[in-house]
Design a protein around this ligand. Structure first.
Ligand SMILES: Cc1cc2nc3c(=O)[nH]c(=O)nc-3n(C[C@H](O)[C@H](O)[C@H](O)COP(=O)(O)OP(=O)(O)OC[C@H]3O[C@@H](n4cnc5c(N)ncnc54)[C@H](O)[C@@H]3O)c2cc1C
Ligand code: FES
Length: 262
């Protein structure tokens, strides 16, 4: 029987520096994956952690990693040609069919953009949704991820970008992401669907504002970053009441996410 804890070797094809502490790793990989799923990435001797898939195409898989601790520091020491180890993909991810025919609004804060980047790319210019709007917030201009793609989305009129604090030379929007919800086209609110991903405090305040705007809870999806260990429903690390976040999540509709948070 296959051992589910045995990771596969994945070669690093390229490393794209996004910011001094966020790098995108392009990995060689054939296995199918869904946007919003995660891998359990590891480096022998340095540990293992869940990391979201940020993009994929034929034979390549992209992950964006923030250097915060032991494992991610070890990953930052690797170079193209080196190998990472991975189990997965795990979790439910986003189901594109939930958004077909709707006005989709993707609201992402900071590194929360990583797990929804592929969703945005998939629906950009697509007639499978009635419309797509993206609202992005970062702490400062230096923290902006995927700069070229974000610039293209803004120039195409699909995305609004804001930073909490600006330095000299920044001519774009400033202020918290919640201040820009009013920029979204909410006229046919019953046909709008919302994906909200980012730090817990951002998810909390954005979803509260959406509820005040009369958005039905069922039309809001969030992705839940909870400490995980096995990723396959065995260890109980991610368990809240009867829910294994690693199996049923990390993507949840808001009514379920709120029950898990309460
Ligand atoms: C579903 C899911 C998806 C994720 N996707 C991504 C992703 O796409 N990209 C990404 O970069 N991360 C992602 N994460 C988060 C990532 O798994 C964690 O940041 C992971 O802990 C990093 O491992 P590490 O060993 O480098 O850091 P750790 O050593 O585990 O450190 C993690 C945090 O704990 C703090 N810490 C460490 N040691 C101590 C200490 N002794 N006292 C106090 N604080 C301490 C660190 O400062 C850091 O903030 C995701 C998490 C989940 C659950
Ligand atoms: S991470 Fe082990 S049960 Fe979910």
């Amino acid at each position: 029987m296959n051992n589910p804890f045995l990771p596969e070797k994945m070669q690093i094809l390229d490393i794209i520096p996004e910011t001094p502490i966020d790098h995108t790793y392009v990995l060689a990989r054939e296995k199918p994956v869904r946007p919003g799923q995660f891998l359990q990435l590891s480096v022998p001797g340095a540990g293992e952690a869940p990391i979201s898939v940020s993009d994929f195409d034929d034979g390549r898989l992209f992950v964006t990693i923030r250097k915060v601790g032991r494992l991610t520091e070890a990953i930052f020491d690797l170079a193209p040609g080196d190998f990472l180890f991975a189990r997965g993909p795990y979790g439910n991810g986003f189901d594109y069919s939930d958004y077909f025919g709707t006005n989709l609004k993707v609201i992402a804060g900071g590194t929360g953009l990583a797990p929804v980047k592929k969703v945005i790319k998939n629906f950009l210019g697509s007639d499978r949704v009635a419309g797509l709007e993206v609202l992005l917030g970062f702490k400062t201009p230096a923290d902006i991820l995927y700069r070229d793609e974000v610039r293209a989305w803004v120039e195409a009129g699909v995305a609004t970008l804001t930073v909490d604090q600006s330095d000299s030379g920044w001519t774009g929007n400033t202020g918290l992401i919640t201040g820009y919800l009013k920029n979204l086209d909410l006229r046919e609110i019953e046909n709008c669907r919302f994906i909200v991903v980012g730090p817990p405090v951002m998810i909390k305040f954005v979803t509260l504002e959406l509820l005040l705007l009369q958005v039905p809870e069922d039309n809001i999806w969030v992705s839940f970053e909870r400490k995980m260990s096995c990723g396959i429903g065995k260890c109980g690390h991610c368990k809240i009441d009867e829910t294994y976040v690693c199996l049923e999540g990390p993507v949840f509709r808001l009514p379920k996410a709120r029950r898990l948070l309460d």
